[in-house]
Design a protein around this ligand. Structure first.
Ligand code: NAP
Length: 289
């Protein structure tokens, strides 16, 4: 396929590398152009404006948040995009903005697909992302070859793009809640003089196996929060978006509020650029250690 890709951060850069390796032609744009250079070495074509990426069969975006999308995906950009182009936004954004973008795209003849992903940059680099896609089935069919280059599975969530964003935000809320409880449990056991590693071995061997407890648990036990693969400030963004989506359907999420406040505390201590795992350290600091 002939595609554009916008946003070459931790996730975007790893994703483009796999798309190029799968034999597709990719035009890449990033706000900070130096991040595109290594991808040019792999065969991607660097373009100077987002408008040049909005061409060909489809364009994919992996920008940080709602604000970044609003800055890049302007009415004028959509106005000049070729009719029938598909835009698949793979970033984690608000349900409200996904709905707004779907309408704005449709009014200009551009098809909008929401395809947020589960998996960190190392999972993206391995081409093993879990993709949750929402939007018209015929649009998703057309870009499935790109999803196949990026992920192990594409879950088709529904015909409305924002439905995929709801699913993604629910998953990331659970991730934050898991790290929060891991941190509190770690504070408890280490407060009684037990090694964190022993605790991790016990819980991950039977009760809580899987990548979340073992992966984040290891980072917390080793106090290894840099370099960040998923920044704490992006984790806070996601929990806030989950709370906003819950508010829209009058649904209390008290645990999400706790996780949000812990992340605000992390950021107040200057830890926003550290890995999401830093959330697991908050309880230990609250215990005065
Ligand atoms: P990142 O490394 O911080 O990259 C953010 C990207 O957004 C960069 O390309 C950055 O450009 C661009 N950007 C930010 N503000 C912008 C603006 N105002 N105008 C234009 N471009 C702007 O983030 P990431 O980890 O790749 O995450 C990208 C998305 O994937 C986020 O929505 C995140 O929640 C989601 N996600 C991340 C992970 C993960 O583990 N990292 C996993 C699943 C989903 P510059 O290079 O110029 O700063």
């Amino acid at each position: 396929m002939d595609i554009g890709f916008i946003g070459l951060g931790e996730m975007g850069a790893a994703m483009v590398a796999n798309i190029v390796k799968a034999g597709h032609q990719v035009r890449v744009w990033n706000r900070s152009p130096e991040k595109a250079q290594p991808l040019a070495g792999l065969g991607a074509q660097i373009v100077a404006t987002p408008a040049e990426a909005f061409a060909g069969d489809a364009v994919f975006s992996m920008l940080a948040d709602d604000a970044a999308l609003r800055e890049v995906i302007t009415a004028s950009l959509l106005e000049h995009a070729p009719r029938g182009l598909i835009h698949a936004n793979m970033a984690t954004i608000s349900v409200a903005l996904a709905e707004e973008l779907a309408t704005a795209h449709a009014s200009r003849g551009v098809h909008y697909v929401a395809a947020p992903v589960l998996g960190r940059p190392d999972v993206a680099a391995a081409g093993k992302l879990t993709i949750v896609a929402g939007g018209p089935a015929e649009s998703i069919d057309r870009i499935q070859p790109i999803f196949d280059a990026l992920g192990q599975k594409t879950w088709r969530i529904g015909s409305l793009p924002q439905q995929a964003n709801v699913m993604k935000l629910a998953a990331n809320f659970m991730l934050g809640a898991a790290i929060e409880t891991l941190g509190e449990a770690a504070a408890l056991v280490t407060g009684h003089g037990l090694p964190m590693q022993d605790f991790l071995d016990v819980i991950t061997s039977g009760l809580f196996p899987g990548p979340v407890y073992s992966g984040y648990g290891k980072l917390i036990a080793e106090q290894r929060f840099e370099p960040a693969l998923f920044k704490a400030r992006l984790g806070l963004k996601d929990v806030r978006l989950a709370l906003a989506a819950a508010d829209a359907v009058t649904t209390p999420m008290p645990v999400a509020s706790v996780v949000r406040d812990s992340l605000i505390e992390a950021i107040a201590h200057g830890d926003g650029e550290k890995d999401f795992a830093v959330l697991g350290q908050i309880a230990i600091r609250r215990a005065g250690r």
